[in-house]
Design a protein around this ligand. Structure first.
Ligand SMILES: Nc1ncnc2c1ncn2[C@@H]1O[C@H](COP(=O)(O)OP(=O)(O)OP(=O)(O)O)[C@@H](O)[C@H]1O
Ligand SMILES: [Mg+2]
Length: 340
């Protein structure tokens, strides 16, 4: 996207926020915590009992499958935006949300995640070597079991949104280096890790969520280009959507008003995503391996501004950063939880 219009008040808030970003958490939940903390690249999670889990969305930013640093209020943006989408789509697809107990913390139904990511794509795009566009550019006309017509150009819409599941490849260089691998329904089922019934239920939910997301985005002047869903099974055996939905971390968004003209000029659509930080890193010669350069504060606040702009454009309401010292605030929110 274009450089966001500078807002001096927001910039000052973000600059102050640089010093108290949530990089990690280490809560003492006493009798409440049933396991050790689990840390993903962005979220820390704590199992409270067999049915409930706390998900703390930190301010960590990841790209190239690595944690690169922190951005002020990124965690609040993602946690609140996900909760907003969960609320807006709960009539269509059940989700894991029980309650948002702090701007950065969600109390969720504890689920067993299905071992595949449910990616839905509506456009022929992507930048990485494994993207649908790079496959197409190399001449492939089949992707995850879907046939693609000849003569398509980069960033054009597909005939209809398609499901392109992805599974974690192995941990060595030869078998994928632990990166995600796009596969067909049949390949997922052949691994024997998901039953056909569970897969088809999750696939149906993924396409329904995507359709709902697209419809909402049209009203907001946005295109929901592609996204990644995770599903889990509740203790009583229901499939629900977990983790996060339709956030700038899990989804690609383009601006509708400039899409056609950009495409006509052969230019990339305007978007808000992690490209800003990624481009800065690439400019430093970093493309995923070796030591991570320290990201300067102005790049961090600019990236935060983009996350906030994304949230505000999607929801259509202003984002209000919570400027309380976050560790004390979160600890206080947790104190209100009781053992059952
Ligand atoms: N309701 C839930 N029940 C159980 N696990 C969940 C639930 N919601 C999310 N998770 C898991 O919590 C983790 C969230 O962490 P995060 O989003 O940082 O992970 P990631 O970096 O995207 O992936 P990874 O965990 O592979 O590093 C994910 O592993 C996700 O599967
Ligand atoms: Mg995740």
């Amino acid at each position: 996207m274009d450089r966001p219009v500078p807002n001096p008040k927001l910039t000052a808030t973000l600059e102050q926020g640089l010093t108290h970003c949530i990089e990690s958490t280490d809560f003492d939940l006493g009798a409440l915590n049933k396991s050790t903390k689990q840390s993903g690249k962005v979220r820390d999670s704590y199992l409270l009992n067999d049915r409930e889990r706390l998900l703390v969305t930190t301010d960590r930013i990841s790209a190239f499958d690595r944690v690169l640093g922190t951005l002020p209020y990124k965690g609040q943006v993602l946690n609140q935006l996900s909760a907003w989408w969960f609320e807006h789509t709960k009539g269509i697809v059940p989700n894991h949300l029980i309650q948002v107990i702090d701007p950065n913390i969600t109390l969720a139904h504890n689920c067993t995640p299905l071992p595949a990511e449910f990616v839905v794509r509506a456009y022929l795009t992507g930048v990485t070597d494994t993207s649908i566009w790079k496959h197409y550019e190399r001449g492939a006309r089949s992707f995850c079991g879907h046939t693609l017509p000849d003569g398509m150009r980069k960033n054009q819409p597909l005939a209809k949104p398609i499901l392109t599941p992805s599974t974690k490849a192995g941990s060595t260089q030869e078998d994928g280096g632990g990166h995600d691998k796009s596969v067909s329904r049949e390949e997922v089922l052949a691994q024997g890790l998901i039953t056909p019934e569970d897969f088809d239920q999750a696939a149906d939910y993924a396409l329904k969520l995507f359709h709902a997301g697209q419809q909402w985005c049209v009203r907001q002047g946005l295109i929901l280009v592609d996204t990644k869903y995770e599903f889990g099974k509740t203790p009583d055996g229901r499939i629900v959507v977990i983790d996060e939905i339709h956030t700038p971390d899990s989804s690609r968004y383009w601006f509708s008003n400039s899409y056609e003209s950009q495409l006509a000029q052969g230019a990339e659509p305007e978007s808000f995503d992690k490209e800003h930080v990624r481009k800065w890193l690439a400019g430093q010669g970093f493309t995923g391996d070796g030591p991570i350069p320290t990201i300067p504060d102005h790049v961090r606040t600019e990236a935060s501004t983009r996350y906030i702009k994304a949230c505000e454009t999607i929801q259509g309401t202003p984002f209000i950063p919570n400027t309380d010292e976050p560790q004390a605030r979160m600890q206080q929110a947790l104190a209100s939880l009781t053992v059952d």
